[in-house]
Design a protein around this ligand. Structure first.
Ligand code: PAF
Length: 284
């Protein structure tokens, strides 16, 4: 695997591939890789001639400097994992090169920034949009891969690609879970073993809500919601938001939920001061 530490070496590597008119699949990450990321690499390898992964802990998408400082950094292990799945190249630029100046450009994603993640992490999607645009311009891939766990990020990136005419296809891959159901996330590494077990109740809650919806019930009604929240509290989980939305628009749905559309149940919660998100999608 080629390790490309700056833009110049990235461009040299790309120029060879472009000469041969080969396709590039791109998996942008912030490192601390897990099976979820590897599933994106594997999907890209199936669909493209070459796969490039980037690791860049993007400062502009953190609205909390402590969260940025505590973000896990496991470069050695990451590059070994990528090597094991035969990723072709790893781009690991320095922040200095990506953001040489204080940036002035501000991207805004309109209503998408007023909901869920956008509401609780002001400025987060502006930062994601900026780094993903920069990376798309630098790499110019045919396809780019993202995980469904970050559902709202996927919507923001699809909006970016559509509205700015990036000539690439966005591929959303299913959430990869631990055998106990916990959605894989780089942040799980910060949880104690006991908390990793308790965190499985987040996914369990999503499944219970799906069952209620399938039984034509309103999960947000007090008689259902109170025991759901109580159970989470008993597991030391504090909910930040719990939303039932249209998976396409991410707009909140009112009960009775319309038929034929894909529903997304989305959750953000804290456990041991670690912020976790998860979601499930289904038709009913
Ligand atoms: O999902 C992530 O890891 C990041 O938000 C991304 C897309 C790599 C941008 O920094």
């Amino acid at each position: 695997m080629q390790i490309l530490k700056d833009i110049e070496s990235l461009q040299q590597w790309l120029s060879e591939i472009k000469k041969q008119q080969k396709t590039i699949g791109f998996v942008p990450t912030m490192g601390a890789l897990h099976e979820g990321h590897l599933a994106l690499i594997k999907a890209s390898k199936k669909q493209n001639d070459y796969t490039l992964c980037s690791i860049f802990i993007n400062p502009t998408q953190f609205n909390n400097s402590e969260d940025l400082a505590r973000y896990p950094r496991t470069e050695q292990k990451d590059s070994q994992m990528l090597q094991n799945v035969q990723c072709d190249a790893l781009f690991m630029p320095q922040a200095q090169e990506i953001y040489p100046n204080q940036n002035v450009l501000q991207l805004s994603f309109g209503y998408l920034e007023t909901l869920m993640e956008g509401k609780f992490r002001p400025g987060h999607f502006a930062g994601v949009g900026l780094i993903v645009s920069k990376l798309f311009h630098l790499v110019q891939p045919q396809r780019a891969y993202f995980g469904q766990k970050d559902l709202q990020q996927c919507a923001v990136i699809q909006c970016l690609v559509q509205e700015l005419n990036f000539p690439l296809e966005v591929i959303i891959c299913p959430t990869i879970r631990e055998p106990n159901g916990l959605a894989m996330s780089s942040r799980n590494q910060r949880l104690s073993e006991e908390a990793q077990q308790k965190a499985t109740q987040i996914y369990q809650t999503l499944l219970n809500i799906q069952i209620l919806i399938e039984q034509q019930q309103n999960p947000l009604e007090q008689q259902h919601l109170t025991p759901i929240l109580k159970h989470l509290t008993q597991n030391d989980i504090t909910i930040e938001y719990l939303e039932i939305v249209d998976a396409q628009t991410l707009l909140s749905l009112e009960y009775p939920y319309p038929k034929q559309i894909t529903i997304a149940v989305c959750i953000a919660a804290y456990l041991e001061e670690v912020r976790l998100i998860d979601n499930i999608l289904f038709k009913h």
